[in-house]
Ligand binder design. Structure first.
Ligand code: NZQ
Ligand code: ZN
Length: 387
């Protein structure tokens, strides 16, 4: 077991109608609020009106239209400008991972005099950031409980996971009823994303019984509850458990003491999203079984056996490689069952830019240090197998 230095300062307030506590939380952080949100789902579900009513004593400036795979230009740049022009005290992010991620980059950029890209690209380390509060409306990324914001820059095909402890949310409001309106497509993609966050921590060299148990339980919970959420979108119990499993999925708590895996699936997927603007969870679901097949070997087979037996209940007396193969097939079948298109061609990606993307990933993601090291050619092979 490896050493670690861990702290999550984020307050989680979970349950029906918890945003009643919003004014109390915001009061301690300041009067001038930048309210950030996406393309309008929060208006459709009545959440926008509730927030405005609850914050009637605050001065609110708005940044709307933050897109999925949030863009540096215009969203981050506009947000930073609005913070500076209006002397904003605190950001309130209301939406899914894209709104939260964008708000994190804005929070750091607002306290920096230079080009915010310096921070996102790790050229400069931020010295301060505005506080962030969020109201989550989509279960997936875990952005509500981690210190990452993933930002895309279209002209350079970059999609960077910007991480800084300064941008942990101060408080996240988690009301599962706000996720009742999430479409089947986004529910499935969110499940695949959160499962992947767990797999990225599970498929690695050193693990513990304790962490393997957390991860296996997280994966099983996500599969059971995502199925229910898709069949019965207003099932509170399933939406609630899925929300909490996603919240825990990405902040490292499932793998404290494990060796790092290098997060190869995310390294590959972020480039696919950067080049083709696809839905992150779908890209991950498509690549995962192909990556699994590619890295299965004498060295990795025992991990796949454990995964297959403990997550899918495969007969442990079978041959090791048979168990591993069945586990990979069951992973594929689950994603297909919840409606995810399982080929890159289905989401608009053909073979024309594979070499370019593989090169970009090899140069920027450091996957030669992953659990199973991946060269540029390996990355190209995995993407090709996913077509
Ligand atoms: O824009 P609006 O109108 O709000 O619609 C959104 C968007 O179209 C909609 N939506 C959100 N809540 C809804 C809803 N529709 C109906 N009812 C609701 N309650 O869903 C669509 C997708 O939203 P988005 O925020 O993009 O989805 P998600 O939460 O999956 O976030 C994806 C982004 O997060 C990044 C991804 O790369 C991607 O850019 N990630 C962030 C991570 C992190 N911060 O740690 C880790 C992840 O690995 C991931 O990379
Ligand atoms: Zn992810």
């Amino acid at each position: 077991m490896q050493g670690f230095d861990y702290q999550t300062p984020t307050r989680l307030i979970f349950g029906k109608d918890v945003i009643a506590k919003l004014p109390e939380v915001m009061t301690s952080l300041g009067k001038r609020v930048l309210l950030t949100y996406g393309g309008g789902s929060i208006k459709k579900i009545g959440l926008y009106d509730k927030v405005i009513e609850l914050l009637k004593d605050f001065e609110i400036t708005e940044l709307s239209d933050i897109q999925p795979n949030p863009k540096y230009d215009p969203s981050v740049l506009d947000g930073v400008r609005l913070c500076k022009e209006n002397d904003i005290d605190v950001i309130l992010a209301v939406g899914g991972g894209s709104v939260l991620d964008c708000s994190k980059a804005i929070a750091a950029g607002a306290k920096y005099d230079g080009d915010p890209w310096d921070l996102i690209s790790y050229k400069v380390k931020a010295k301060a950031a505005l506080p962030i509060v969020d109201i989550l409306t989509l279960s997936a990324t875990g952005s509500e409980y981690d210190y990452y914001g993933v930002i895309s820059r279209t002209e350079t095909n970059d999609k960077i996971g910007y991480g800084d402890r300064l941008v942990y949310p101060v408080c996240s409001f988690l009301d599962p009823t706000y996720t009742f309106s999430v479409s089947k497509k986004q529910t499935a993609a969110g499940c695949a994303d959160a499962m992947n966050h767990i797999m990225e921590q599970y498929f690695t060299e050193d693990t513990t019984l304790l962490n393997d148990g957390f991860c296996e339980a997280g994966l099983k919970s996500l599969m059971v509850n995502a199925r229910t959420c898709i069949e019965d979108p207003e099932n509170y119990t399933a939406r609630a458990e899925m929300m909490f499993a996603c919240t825990l999925g990405c902040n490292g708590i499932y793998s404290l003491g494990n060796s790092p895996s290098g997060w190869p699936l995310h390294g590959i997927e972020h480039a696919l999203s950067a080049y083709y603007d696809i839905t992150h969870g779908e890209g991950l679901a498509i690549i995962t079984p192909r990556w699994m097949k590619y890295v299965l070997s004498d060295k990795t087979v025992d991990r796949f056996v454990k995964y297959g037996v403990n997550v899918f209940g495969i007969d442990p007396t079978l041959d090791k490689f048979e168990i591993a193969q069945q586990a990979i097939d069951k992973t594929y079948a689950f994603f297909e069952e919840i409606g995810i298109p399982m080929h890159l061609r289905d989401v608009g990606i053909d073979d024309s830019r594979i070499g370019e993307m593989a090169h970009h990933i090899a140069v920027n993601e450091g996957l030669e240090n992953a659990y199973v090291p991946l060269s540029e050619q390996d990355i190209a092979n995995i993407i090709t197998a996913s077509l």
